[in-house]
Design a protein around this ligand. Structure first.
Ligand SMILES: Cc1cc2nc3c(=O)[nH]c(=O)nc-3n(C[C@H](O)[C@H](O)[C@H](O)COP(=O)(O)O)c2cc1C
Length: 366
């Protein structure tokens, strides 16, 4: 089965991408994932000055099922990449040369400064990456420097900064949305107005993973203290699915969607595609299962397509969107269905069961 899909003019060997984060943190892991069968990857977010990025340990926290200990939620307070930009530029060139058919997307982030954003865009573009993802969505740490979700939470900033990037790009640009906002359509439409080709959604949801009842310290605890961090993994999937469907119904036809949030297997990935995503990204799932999980993704999608008679991945994108409606319409449909059922129940051979006058009244509208 051919699992390829062309999105914004880029041919993806399959719709499965590593999401920006630890799975795409250097050339070695990117190469390993392409060897394993991933169609593409969004590399870990980079900026011009890595020396400003200092991570803490520990920086992850898990929420486990009370029933069997399975990880259902994951919090991180990790920052963007702490590796120097020169190293990244070299690695982007190298990875693109070694894996020309896999799609490499650079995730970039900078401070509120036009020159810096445009410089970063230009030097990364020169390495031959296939596209950009603008990180307007990291919800912690970077926000103290007015970066990440500080921009994605304010549609006017999203539009302005996106415009700086699209002014100098020749390759497709996606903007990655934060879910920590009331109406995700607003920053997404702002990015569209400024010329993006696609929207990636969602980044992590602000969270506190728990409190240690021995020490009374909230987690993850660093030297006794914490900050709220980004929540990911399977618990966020329903929220991500809702946001992706809202975007798919609102965005212009030509704006692509890359669906992200809690995907762990082919079933989850297909749900995102049916709700409008042309590609899907997986971050925490890869951290917990390893890059080999792509084998099940490919097998599951292939089986689904042949079972359901889909001839291309493109055909299933957005297939379930027509089944969203309004609550008022659901009520109307339900009433109609009931009337229909009533009609079915009122077949002629029932006449003898009831008094003829009663039956006549039942079928009379006035
Ligand atoms: C440890 C960790 C680090 C992350 N770093 C980044 C990042 O650098 N840039 C970014 O855009 N998203 C980052 N993310 C967010 C993910 O790409 C993704 O949007 C989110 O985790 C939801 O998807 P998932 O449930 O598949 O992880 C990170 C997530 C995790 C768990």
């Amino acid at each position: 089965m051919d699992l390829s899909i062309t999105v914004n003019g880029i041919k993806f060997p399959n719709p499965f991408l590593l999401g920006s984060g630890p799975p795409g943190t250097n050339a070695r892991v990117l190469a390993k994932s392409f060897e394993a069968g991933w169609g593409g990857a969004v590399a870990k977010t980079i900026s011009l000055e890595s020396n400003k990025v200092v991570n803490v340990v520990p920086r992850y926290g898990k929420l486990r099922s009370r029933h069997d200990g399975e990880v259902i939620g994951f919090e991180n307070i990790e920052l963007i990449s702490d590796r120097p930009i020169e190293v990244w530029l070299e690695e982007f060139r190298h990875v693109k040369k070694e894996y020309p058919n896999n799609v490499l997307i650079a995730s970039i982030m900078e401070e509120y400064n036009k020159e810096r954003w445009q410089e970063l865009t230009r030097i990364v573009q020169d390495t031959g990456v296939d596209g950009f993802e603008l990180n307007f969505s990291c919800p912690h740490g970077m926000t103290e420097r007015k970066m990440g979700s500080e921009m994605g939470e304010h549609p006017d900033l999203t539009e302005e900064v996106t415009g700086w990037v699209t002014e100098v790009t020749k390759i497709p640009v996606w903007a990655k949305m934060t879910p920590n906002i009331t109406n995700i359509k607003e920053p997404a439409m702002a990015a569209v107005r400024a010329g993006v080709n696609g929207i990636s959604a969602i980044n992590t949801i602000l969270s506190v993973i728990g409190v240690n009842l021995d020490t009374l310290r909230p987690m993850p605890t660093v030297e006794g203290y914490t900050v709220p961090g980004g929540y990911s993994s399977q618990a966020v999937r329903p929220i991500a699915l809702r946001m992706v469907s809202q975007l798919a119904l609102a965005l212009p036809q030509e704006t692509s969607i890359s669906g992200i949030g809690g995907i762990e297997n082919s079933h989850d990935a297909i749900e995102f595609m049916l709700l409008g995503a042309s590609t899907v990204q997986i971050c925490t799932g890869v951290m917990l299962q390893g890059v080999k999980m792509v084998e099940e993704l490919q097998e599951g999608l292939t089986k689904f397509m042949s079972d359901k008679g889909f001839n291309s991945v493109q055909e299933l994108v957005g297939k379930s969107l027509p089944y969203f409606s309004t609550h008022m319409d659901l009520v109307k449909k339900m009433k109609e269905a009931r009337r229909h059922k009533a009609g079915e129940a009122a077949r002629d051979n029932e006449w003898a069961q009831k008094d003829i006058t009663e039956k006549t009244a039942e079928l009379t509208s006035n």
